[in-house]
Design a protein around this ligand. Structure first.
Ligand SMILES: Nc1ncnc2c1ncn2[C@@H]1O[C@H](COP(=O)(O)OP(=O)(O)O)[C@@H](O)[C@H]1O
Ligand SMILES: [Mg+2]
Length: 393
């Protein structure tokens, strides 16, 4: 090991020692947040991109900026099959508790505290639809539950937004992995935000998720395209990838040769997660403060193994044999993104018969539909992984 202080941070959501290449996004977000804090119009954000590009760390950084502006911040993560509304409702409750501590509007806030204490989430046993609402006795006639999720969540966000405004405060809610929300929940989110914006309430969302979020939000509400600023988070361009590699080590007097850096960039293609994983392995398996080409080359196969175990196989193992066949056929197509017709060809099946598999894999977050109805993997270099482990030539 070069030093007991390993400056690389492989792992979901692990804040890197040096956040490379995201200054522009952070600056743009910071302007929106300043506007929000000053009680001016701001637009909510959607960060979308493949796995491991750094959406979560970027969202966390934006939340820190928001806190620095004195904005009340909550962060939630949507879990697969668990839905958005329950964690969102509890974030709203906890925001109301924070507002309650603001002296200025104490008496008014007693009311909202009571309101939020009566918040209930129920699932209709018949059609499984969700509804969310304040207990009607506490609520009074003015805000009777609309018995649909969009109406209910709009009421809640409006009440919260008005109290935040009365308290001279503002609210930012970060929502990670938003692609796991249902259509009904996304509709509720878009509707509520739409209303809050119309009323000029100081509420902003920062959302993050896989590329399919774009389409999901577009389908949920046509106006959501104008409601959000969509920001693509991608692999790092060469100069920024160099910074992500070199800067964390520099602080500890460790240097890379130019050839070493070149190989790391070839191997990782500028994907932040791969950079962290490879550089971390280099750090632990080397002793010299000068990292040479040979050192890097000696670390790539261990990194392959680490990535296979920690990043790729955890996702692949969750697929059924049929779904795996589909993924393997995608690799056999030779070029990504690939058409459904081509996948069907390599599976030896009809296009129409593989439609359901495609839908399942999209819903699982394994693939997404790229331009012109083609599909691609949501995990970068997944094709390389399958070639290696399923021995596809
Ligand atoms: N801009 C960046 N510069 C350097 N490393 C980064 C950057 N963004 C993310 N990382 C690293 O990449 C990995 C994945 O980040 P994460 O935010 O979990 O990605 P995502 O949420 O897109 O899957 C983490 O190990 C993190 O430390
Ligand atoms: Mg993430």
């Amino acid at each position: 090991m070069i030093d007991y202080r390993n400056p690389y941070t492989p792992g979901a959501g692990a804040m890197p020692k040096y956040l490379a290449g995201r200054d522009d996004i952070l600056e743009a977000a910071s302007l929106q947040l300043k506007a929000l804090a000053a009680n001016y119009q701001s637009r909510s954000l959607v960060l979308y991109g493949l796995r491991g590009v750094g959406k979560t760390v970027l969202l966390n950084s934006i939340e820190s900026v928001a806190e620095g502006e004195g904005i009340l911040v909550r962060h939630i993560e949507v879990e697969e099959k668990k839905g958005l509304i329950a964690p969102l409702a509890s974030a709203c409750c906890s925001l109301s508790a924070s507002l309650n501590r603001i002296e200025l509007v104490k008496s008014k806030l007693e009311q909202i505290k009571n309101l939020f204490a009566s918040l209930t989430l129920s699932v209709d046993a018949g059609d499984g639809s969700l509804s969310l609402g304040f207990n009607e006795e506490v609520l009074g006639a003015s805000l009777a539950s609309s018995h649909n999720l969009s109406g209910d969540f709009t009421d809640i966000l409006v009440v919260l937004g008005k109290y935040a405004q009365a308290a001279g405060s503002s609210i930012f809610i970060g929502i990670d992995e938003l692609q796991y929300a249902s259509k009904e929940e996304l509709e509720a989110l878009a509707c509520a935000l739409h209303r809050a914006t119309q009323l000029g309430l100081p509420v902003m969302f920062g959302c993050a998720g896989l590329p399919k979020l774009l389409k999901m939000l577009g389908e949920a509400k046509t106006y959501s395209e104008r409601q959000f600023i969509f920001v693509k988070v991608d692999s790092l361009p060469r100069d920024k990838a160099v910074e992500a590699i070199v800067r964390p080590a520099q602080k500890l007097d460790v240097r890379y040769s130019d050839e070493a850096v070149d190989v790391i960039i070839d191997y990782t293609e500028g994907y932040p997660y791969f950079i962290q994983e490879l550089c971390s392995t280099i750090w632990t398996s080397s002793d010299s403060k000068f990292i040479s080409l040979e050192t890097v080359l000696g670390c790539t196969s261990i990194t392959d193994m680490r990535l296979d175990e920690g990043f790729f196989s955890v996702r692949y193992d969750r697929c059924t044999p049929r779904q795996k066949e589909f993924l393997i056929a995608m690799v056999r197509c030779g070029e990504l993104p690939c058409t459904l017709a081509n996948v069907a060809h390599y599976m030896g099946r009809d296009v129409s018969s593989i439609g359901p598999l495609r839908a399942q894999l999209i819903s699982k977050g394994m693939i997404y539909s790229a331009a012109r109805g083609e599909v691609d993997f949501t995990v970068p270099q997944f094709d390389r992984y399958l070639r290696r482990t399923e021995r596809i030539d």
